[in-house]
Each structure stands twice: as C-alpha cells, then as structure tokens.
Design a protein around this ligand. Sequence first.
Ligand code: PGA
Length: 250
Amino acid sequence: MNKKLIAGNWKMNLLPEAALKLISEIQPSSKCDVLVAPIYPVIPIISQSVEGKGIYLAAQNCHEMDKGAFTGEVPAIMLKAIGCSHVIIGHSERRSFYNETDTVILKKVDAALRNNLIPIICVGETLDQRDRGEAREVLDIQLIQLLGEIGAKYKEKEIIIAYEPVWAIGTGRIPTPDQIKDAHSHIRKICNDTIGEENNRTRILYGGSLNPSNADMILAIDDVDGGLIGGASLDAEKFNKIIEIAASLS
Ligand code: PGA
C-alpha cells in the first residue's frame, strides 16, 4: 500500500501572515505525507516553516518553458529553485478559466519532470460528461497519451494523479464510493497499461469536497492514496483531522 498523501490546495487565498499562521497550526504525521500549495509569492515566505515541519511544498501551476518572453508566467525551474518539490498541473479551474488543453498540460508535466518536480496531474469529468456516461472516456482522453509519452521519457520519476470530478469541487457534493472506486481503478489500469509500473506505486488522490466528515469513507476506498483538498485545507482544525484520519488508515 502506498503511503497516503494529504495535499492542501490553498488556491487564491491566504496573505503571508495568514499562511504562516496556518502552517504553524498544521500537525503533520509520520504515518502520511502532507503537502501545501500556496499562491506563488507565499512560497518563499513559508518555505522554511514547511521544511522544519516535514511538509512538502507545491505550486498550483507552472509554465511549460524554462525561460523567455512570457510576461507574468512562472517556470518550473524557478519553483524548484525556491523550494518546491511538487506542482499541481491541469487543475479543472485552470482547464476551464484559462483554457488549458491536454496538449498544454502534457508540456507542463514535461517541464515539471525535467526540473525534478513531482507533478500532481488533475483529471476528472464534468457533470454533463458523467450524466452522459462518459466518466471513464474522459479519463482515457486526459491520461492515456500523457502517461504514454511521459512514461517512456521519464521512466523512474514519480508522478501523482488527482481524480477530481469537476462537479464535486467546492460544491459539497461527492461521488458515491462505487463511483470513486471505479474511477480510481480505471486510472490504476491506465497507469499500468501506459507506464507499465510495478507495485502500483503512482499515488492516485481523490479531490472534490473532501472534508473531515467524509474523509474516513473516501480515504478507505481501494486505490485512493490520499486527497487533494481545497476548502477544508484552509482550516487547520479540519485539515489536521483529515491528516489524522489518513494516518489511522495506514
Ligand atoms: P474543494 O477543492 O476541496 O474545495 O472541493 C478541491 C480542489 O479544487 O482541489
């Protein structure tokens, strides 16, 4: 069984003081990995505090190139230089608000890996796609080509996949345990078919309205190796409770 990862996606929240306060209140556990993804400018401000506590540091996005005339963008090489170990790529908010396509996402994942960052690749269907019975097909489109190319090029490098049904993000609605199980086992199969990995070592996180009252149920499902948490990660008490639950399942 993979060690679980509890990852907090802070999105566009928390000024420096609030971020430092939250970090000081998070209680990591040796039984699971813990990660936070703040806004870019906050990364160097909290990097020492997270290192001291054994919490991994991620960015929420990166550019696909390493340098050049791309006003306002931040490359993976910079994230690595300022202390990140991970980067979230292809979050549904980036896919929908910033028109990120699977092609761009593949380039960003490549940029992360060549700069020795672990990408957390977000995938998942919209409500319309689920209602049309296309949930698995969407995962195929988002992952097969990407993992095929990345797997061949970066054989030994770690990647993480986050299954985040778009309709569950920030809505308080979550899929049924069977729906989560089905999506995660489908992603596991895609990983095995494309990367050909042994021991199912790629961690597959669930994301979308994960909170202390449903974490027990969600984190115990087969092939759920942790969670990517938005809203509840901004509240130390809730985030700590989820960490505690993940640790108890190890
Ligand atoms: P949520 O967000 O936990 O607020 O639903 C999850 C995410 O967007 O990663």
